[in-house]
Design a protein around this ligand. Structure first.
Ligand code: 1JT
Length: 257
């Protein structure tokens, strides 16, 4: 196997809640490739989870609530101080109020819409802004996590679909603007995975089953699947790829009937 060597490269990974997180799937692949990793978290509970998960590998943990401008700036200033520069940025953050991921989309509140778009889409722009001084010297690669509901109407996903549409557009706009600095920006559109976020959704098991039946690969996607594509996008193997949304969904999105 041709190894991807990320020795001497530094990644910032935002959005590991526990071992089922998509961001953790990315972290495991980056670690195997030899990358140096900085994890950001929100709150002591998730810091504790990260401490347990990363017991056996050296990395840095920094608090970063993406809704807090001062904290975003402080976090990346500290990363700059400790690491000098970074090469990779992984955005794996989303939030919507529980009542906005069920019921009628037409009932979405102003506050619910604002929250979902702020945390799940604007946050990519804001962290790219804060990370830019650390990425621009040598160029780099940014990825974000999306879902099919960005481009199709998906029952229940409701306002998160609006947020993912905004996220994918932000990926293209950032790719256009940061390309001249050799910073690539891409999205992974993952099939449903049984993460902490998904567990809060009633009927999620049915969604997984439906995917398994209809997807060409006849299975659900794993953290390995998502991590592998992330590793490719973050490495020089994808040196000519920017502004894309790559589907890691077992082919679900290509099926017509
Ligand atoms: C959030 C939640 C973002 C669940 C999410 C998410 N992105 C994917 N999922 C899982 C999921 C959920 C539904 C779905 C497919 C996947 C929970 C709240 C925070 C943001 O429907 C087809 C509903």
């Amino acid at each position: 196997m041709f190894p991807i060597d990320l020795d001497g490269k530094t990644a910032v990974i935002m959005g590991v809640a526990n071992q089922r997180s998509l961001a953790w799937g990315v972290a495991e692949k980056l670690r195997a490739a030899g990358a140096n990793i900085v994890f950001t978290y929100v709150g002591e509970k998730f810091r504790g989870n990260l401490e347990t998960l990363t017991e056996d590998f050296p990395c840095t943990l920094i608090e970063c609530d993406v809704t807090n401008d001062a904290q975003v700036d402080e976090a990346f200033a500290q990363i700059g101080k400790e690491q000098g520069r970074i090469d990779m940025l992984v955005h794996s953050i989303a939030f919507a109020n529980r009542e906005d991921l069920s019921g009628a989309y037409v009932d979405t509140s102003r506050e619910g819409f604002r929250t979902a778009l702020e945390v799940s889409a604007y946050s990519l722009v804001r962290v790219a802004q804060a990370a830019l001084p650390l990425l621009r010297e040598n160029g780099g690669s940014i990825i974000a996590m999306s879902y099919l509901a960005a481009v199709r109407a998906v029952p229940k996903y409701n306002v998160m679909g609006t947020a993912k549409a905004a996220l994918e557009q932000a990926v293209r706009q950032l790719a256009l603007e940061l390309g001249e600095m050799n910073i690539r920006v891409n999205a992974i559109s993952a099939g449903p995975v049984n993460t902490l976020s998904a567990r809060g959704v009633r009927g999620f098991t049915d969604i997984l089953g439906l995917h398994r039946e209809r997807a060409p690969l006849k299975r659900n996607v794993t953290l390995e699947d998502v991590g592998g594509t992330a590793l490719y996008l973050l490495s020089d193997l994808a040196s000519g790829v920017t502004g894309e949304t790559i589907y890691v969904d077992g082919g679900f999105n290509i099926v017509g009937l």
